[in-house]
Ligand binder design. Structure first.
Ligand code: ZN
Length: 287
């Protein structure tokens, strides 16, 4: 599942290729994604020029020249593929996410530009597309979501206020998008390791120093992952066909029974499940 850093890389790749380009045609093969693709989708998008590509949390937002917006969420297994018209039958490695070639099945939506197209592929169909007629509708959609983990609003004061008297464990707190947007399972494990906080610790028991650390390391870990081009759990690539490499920087994620990377710590990384999500941490240095 792509998380904030991978979606940011997809956004940047898209921006390089489709900004200021005109959408010629939309072809929908299957409307039944997580939410049904709206009937007016083609009407709103065809003939429009993309004037910016934004991102909030794990949502990609195409800003169009008639002040409407198209929202794309990749869900669990959604991928965007860029196919040049001339090379349509050839193998292309311009996929944005974990596939070297355009898969044969599950190509649900095609967005055609003048000499290339973007194909949305999604075997599990947890991804979705939405359209908003204006900025007001778009903002309304996001109004209940927590601030982005990499934004200045995710600060000491905000976190302290939210964690107070809460009996929920801190890992579930970090994964709750109404508290903070854009932290998924992989990065929540990494952030808690950097903060030296046990993932099972109750929110109300997090001390002030650790509240500061949560704000600091959320930004640090996510920004570093973006710098490394995201994590290639499967085969994540940007438009140039370059894989993200942050998986080589993981301290705890997917490192069960390996040595704790912290100097002077001789423990091994443990794996447990919290709300069915695999959780990796060091019992000795995360208290
Ligand atoms: Zn340790």
């Amino acid at each position: 599942m792509p998380e904030l850093p991978e979606v940011e890389i997809v956004k940047r790749s898209l921006k390089n290729r489709i900004n200021y380009k005109k959408i010629k045609k939309i072809i929908i093969k299957n409307r039944n994604l997580r939410f049904k693709v709206p009937q007016n989708f083609e009407n709103i998008l065809e003939g429009r020029v993309v004037i910016d590509i934004l991102r909030f949390s794990k949502y990609i937002i195409l800003s169009l020249d008639n002040s409407s917006f198209c929202l794309i969420h990749l869900g669990m297994s959604g991928t965007l593929h860029l196919i040049n018209n001339k090379k349509q039958k050839k193998i292309t490695n311009l996929s944005f996410y974990h596939s070297k070639t355009l898969p044969k099945k599950h190509n649900h939506i095609k967005i055609k530009f003048s000499n290339f197209m973007i194909v949305y592929n999604d075997p599990r169909r947890f991804g979705f597309f939405k359209v908003f007629k204006n900025k007001y509708e778009l903002n309304k959609y996001f109004e209940k979501k927590g601030p982005e983990a990499i934004s200045s609003q995710f600060n000491y004061k905000y976190i302290k206020n939210k964690l107070e008297n809460k009996n929920k464990n801190i890992k579930n707190f970090l994964l709750d998008q109404n508290f903070v947007s854009g932290i998924g399972n992989i990065y929540s494990n990494e952030i808690l390791f950097h903060c030296k906080i046990n993932p099972l610790k109750l929110a109300k028991k997090i001390n002030n120093k650790n509240i500061r650390n949560l704000s600091k390391y959320s930004k640090l870990v996510l920004n570093l992952a973006i710098k490394y081009g995201g994590s290639s759990i499967r085969d994540f690539k940007n438009t140039k066909g370059v894989s993200g490499s942050f998986q080589n920087e993981f301290k705890v994620y997917d490192r069960e029974k390996k040595n704790c990377p912290r100097r002077n710590c001789r423990s091994k990384i443990s794996k447990i499940f919290i709300s069915n999500r695999s959780t990796f941490f060091c019992k000795s240095c995360q208290k």
